[in-house]
Design a protein around this ligand. Structure first.
Ligand code: BDR
Ligand code: CA
Length: 309
């Protein structure tokens, strides 16, 4: 039996989701079983089209893609075009993929795959938690069917990136997030801004990926998806939010965590805040080894490792 980690990735494909897909496809430690999409950074149709295009670009056009929830459980959907550009892919010029998507929808695909391979699959959720909450509603045995769950989301001890209280993925669907954090998964890890804020690529890395060197597709993808951030928004660093969550799924030692119960604020100015409310079962990442995490990302996708932040 292979000792690779079999992953389902749940994505709202924008720029850092695209890099997470690149990491998952390039990593010899990962078997990417399926990808489900959700409304988040962009609407679910764009998220699905972006996912198909990115997978094709990466030479992974046979990985099944399932379109998921088109809106959060309760709140109206808000996107993040301000950061990822209107199409969500940061100005990337990738060929469109006309590949057919899977017949069952995201939450149904998660339930089907988990039932087919009980205790084997790791789900990494990189967008709002709507698909996972729906899947839990229709299959309450999901916690025992999945090997583990890793969520990119939350700002537990640091300010949010959307409001002082809230991180984007949790803010968009706080009801879904509250449900997921309250579920007794045997292994549920939250990789929030507390750690992802420290793991970033630099303009030098982007230059290297855009420079026409003889690089792998997974590395060239950074040159594509980084355009809007580095040129239009003129940022100097690009946080690897979603790639870090995938990396933690295969190497939990990249972070130090605290086991806690987590509550999510659903309304008012604090909406989307993730609170640590005492000992509990969620493994909340609170510290990261940033240099090791960045190096691991660069090596895995084939970026030059010399360019320093
Ligand atoms: C998260 O929000 C999205 O904009 C990113 O893709 C990431 O999943 C970071 O807050
Ligand atoms: Ca995301």
């Amino acid at each position: 039996m292979s000792n690779r980690t079999s992953l389902i990735l749940d994505v709202d494909t924008s720029t850092d989701d695209a890099l997470a897909l690149a990491y998952a496809v390039a990593s010899p430690a990962i078997d990417l079983v399926a990808v489900t999409t959700v409304a988040g950074n962009v609407d679910v149709l764009k998220a699905t089209a972006n996912t198909l295009a990115v997978l094709e670009w990466l030479g992974a056009g046979s990985v099944p893609v399932h379109r998921g929830a088109s809106r959060p459980l309760v709140q109206p959907h808000v996107d993040a075009a301000y950061f990822h550009d209107v199409g969500g892919l940061g100005g990337a010029r990738l060929p469109i993929s006309n590949r057919e998507i899977g017949q069952d929808r995201g939450p149904a695909a998660i339930v089907r795959l988990a039932r087919a391979r009980p205790g084997e699959l790791t789900l990494v959720a990189l967008g709002p938690l709507t698909n996972l909450a729906i899947a839990l509603n229709v299959e309450p045995r999901l916690p025992e069917l999945l090997k583990s769950v890793v969520v990119m989301g939350g700002a537990f001890t640091v300010p949010g990136n959307m409001t002082p209280a809230a991180e984007f993925n949790i803010l968009v669907d706080p009801e879904a997030a509250d449900q997921v954090f309250a579920t007794p998964f045997p292994s549920l890890t939250a990789v929030g801004l507390d750690v992802t804020n420290h793991v970033a690529l630099s303009r030098k890395d982007w230059d290297a990926a855009s420079g026409g060197e003889d690089l792998a597709q997974s590395a060239l993808l950074l040159g594509e998806v980084g355009r809007f951030a580095f040129l239009t928004l003129a940022v100097e660093q690009f946080a690897l939010n979603d790639p870090l969550a995938v990396a933690v799924a295969i190497d939990p030692t990249l972070v130090r965590h605290q086991r806690s119960e987590v509550a999510v604020e659903a309304s008012g100015p604090e909406r989307g805040r993730t609170r640590l409310i005492g000992p509990g079962q969620v493994k909340v990442a609170i510290e990261v080894d940033p240099e090791r995490a960045v190096m691991d990302f660069k090596r895995t996708v084939g970026l030059p490792t010399g360019a320093k932040i």
